[in-house]
Structure formats: structure tokens, C-alpha cells
Write a protein that binds this ligand. Structure first.
Ligand SMILES: [Zn+2]
Ligand SMILES: [Zn+2]
Length: 338
């Protein structure tokens, strides 16, 4: 099969990825082999390719928003049929035994493994996934539309819950890419007023089209104080900006896995009056199942830009340069290769 691998983490302009021929992977006893149809391109893939995240698995295949069908199953797997559509997401494996796992916070498991970082992911024709961490996907949405929900959507959902938005509250979204535009749709469906703050004019237009009450520049002040805010842009210098935009008792959740340094905070303006600053770390499987059900109920749709799987580096460059709004998705050609 063909698969992309990170040969030398570095700027995408220096081509850190290489397309190679590899044997189709053999699923472990508790794993599924998945024929990948589509795989979303997440900013974390860019961090893996560029070395912002340390190398966990040399020559790893990135990609953790894979939609595909079960091609084979390990001998210990039951309950999945060949041909069944499944999703392969970021959280790949936890120990299930530590204090965090036992209290329902498996996203904090110190032994957790991640798809496309600790093990090969979906920038390939086939990938594997532990069956217990595969998501069953309902019919009614196509592969390309579903792919970005698997990380961008689930993380946006967890960030929204971490931001503790009160019912009917005022939510600020800083940055408006793949994750934020899904989070916005859910917040709007649940009755929030959404203000979007982003440098990208196309993203501001998309925000208004989706129903945001306002869309301004990343460093602008929103038109009203915010009950909650979520920082999606990987820019630490927006942390004090967003904290100052909060109303008393407001919560800022930082959604990204990677953030540039946060400048010094001023207690009086940025934290006093019981403002809270929280991080978001991966997600639990429960988050994933809840979000996928809500997405189906509310008709949450990713704005997608399809690229052939062969053009993964171009998709990553376009993501880095902010050349599209919404989310890029790599699509495998389904014609048999001869
Ligand atoms: Zn654990
Ligand atoms: Zn991701």
C-alpha cells in the first residue's frame, strides 16, 4: 500500500513527508484493519510533521481523522463486521487501570497513545486501530464530511464543555479553523451567542454565514463581554487578550495541543473577578460518542476541501498558510490499482 511518512520533522516547505510503498499492516489481536477512504488534516498533523511535537515513532504516518471500512479484525475482536464503516481518531489506547482512567478522565492517562504520533495513522491506504477505540459511524453523512468531526469536532466539543458556557451564554472563539467552525455550530444549536475573532477574512465570512453574531480581528475587542471563550489559534499572546474580553466569572479554555508562549498576565485585568484559564487535553471516548450523536442530531457539517491522498504535503502547506476555511480532507482514490 502507499503511505506517507514523516522522514525528517521540519518546516513543511522543506518537505518532511515522503510517500512510500509499505506492506499492508497486520492488525494486532485487539485491533481492526481499516481501509481508509478519507482522512482529515488536523493542525496536530502539522505539528507532528514540523517537529513542534517530539518524535514518538520514527517515520510515523500522520493522520487521526480517518473514515474507512473494516477490512479485517484481530482474533480477540468481536462485534465488528467486515465492511462496517468506522472512524479512527486521536486517542488510540489507554491503560484503563490508572487513577485517571478509573475516574473517567482517560484523556489524562499517562500511558495513553495517539494515532498518527505513537502509531501510524490515516495518511495511507490502510491503517489499524484498537477496536475498543474505533468509533462506529452512522449512515447519512459522507466520508469526507465525517472525517473532520473525528478530531476537530470532538476537540471542539470538549473545549466547549471545558469553557463551561452557561445556557444562552456569550461565547468568543479565537481562531476559526476546522475545530472552531464545528464548535460554533454546536454552540449556536444549543442557543449561544457566538462572537468570532480571527485574522482571516474568509474565516470571518464563514463565521457570519454559520450564524455568528459578530466576526472581528483576532486582537479586536468583542462587541460585548464574554461568558466563555475558547482559544483555537496556537498563539499564546492571545491568552491575555481573551482573558480581558471575559466578563466576571468567565472561563477561557485553550483548545490546542501546542501553544506559543503565553506572555506575563496581569492579575487585576486578566484573572481577578474569578476568571479562569483552562487547558483542554485530548478527549475521552465518551466525548467522542456524545459529540458524534449531537452532530448527527443537529446536522453539524464540516466545510471541507478535498485533496487527493497523494497531495498531503500541499494540504498541510495550505493549512499552515491559512489558504482555506473549514477543514482539508485527504481522499483515497477508490478505483482498484492495477
Ligand atoms: Zn490510564
Ligand atoms: Zn487533531
Amino acid at each position: 500500500m502507499r503511505a506517507w511518512e514523516v522522514i525528517r520533522p521540519g518546516p513543511v516547505e522543506a518537505e518532511p513527508l515522503r510517500l512510500v510503498e509499505r506492506p499492508v499492516p497486520v492488525p494486532g489481536p485487539d485491533e481492526l484493519l481499516v481501509h481508509v477512504r478519507a482522512c482529515g488534516v488536523c493542525r496536530t498533523d502539522l505539528h507532528v510533521a514540523e517537529g513542534d511535537l517530539p518524535v514518538h515513532c520514527p517515520r510515523v504516518t500522520p493522520g487521526h481523522e480517518a473514515v474507512g471500512v473494516v477490512a479485517a479484525a484481530g482474533r480477540a475482536v468481536s462485534g465488528f463486521a467486515p465492511g462496517e464503516r468506522v472512524g479512527v481518531a486521536w486517542l488510540r489506547r489507554t491503560d484503563g487501570t490508572c487513577e485517571y482512567c478509573l475516574r473517567g478522565s482517560e484523556n489524562l492517562c499517562p500511558a495513553s497513545e495517539y494515532t498518527g504520533w505513537d502509531a501510524d495513522g490515516g495518511y495511507a491506504e490502510y491503517t489499524t486501530v484498537p477496536a475498543a477505540f474505533a468509533y462506529r459511524l452512522s449512515e447519512g453523512m459522507d466520508d469526507i464530511a465525517l472525517a473532520p468531526l473525528l478530531c476537530a469536532g470532538i476537540i471542539g466539543y470538549r473545549a466547549l464543555r471545558r469553557a463551561a458556557l452557561p445556557p444562552g451564554g456569550r461565547l468568543g472563539l479565537y481562531g476559526f479553523g476546522g475545530s472552531a467552525h464545528l464548535c460554533a455550530q454546536l454552540a449556536l444549536a444549543e442557543g449561544a451567542t457566538v462572537h468570532v475573532l480571527t485574522r482571516d477574512p474568509a474565516a470571518r465570512r464563514l463565521a457570519l454565514d454559520l450564524g455568528a453574531a459578530s466576526a472581528g480581528g483576532a486582537y479586536d475587542e468583542p462587541p460585548e463581554p464574554l461568558d466563555s471563550a475558547i482559544l483555537f489559534a496556537p498563539a499564546g499572546d492571545l491568552v491575555p487578550v481573551a482573558l480581558r474580553a471575559l466578563d466576571r466569572g468567565g472561563v477561557l479554555a485553550v483548545a490546542g495541543i501546542h501553544l506559543s508562549d503565553v506572555p506575563p498576565l496581569r492579575y487585576e485585568s486578566d484573572l481577578f473577578q474569578e476568571k479562569e484559564l483552562r487547558s483542554v487535553t485530548a478527549n475521552t471516548r465518551e466525548d467522542g460518542r456524545e459529540f458524534l450523536a449531537l452532530a448527527a442530531r443537529h446536522g453539524i457539517r464540516a466545510t471541507t476541501h478535498a485533496y487527493p491522498m497523494e497531495e498531503a504535503p500541499r494540504a498541510l502547506r495550505d493549512l499552515k498558510e491559512g489558504r482555506f476555511d473549514g477543514a482539508a480532507v485527504l481522499v483515497n482514490d477508490r478505483r482498484p490499482r492495477g
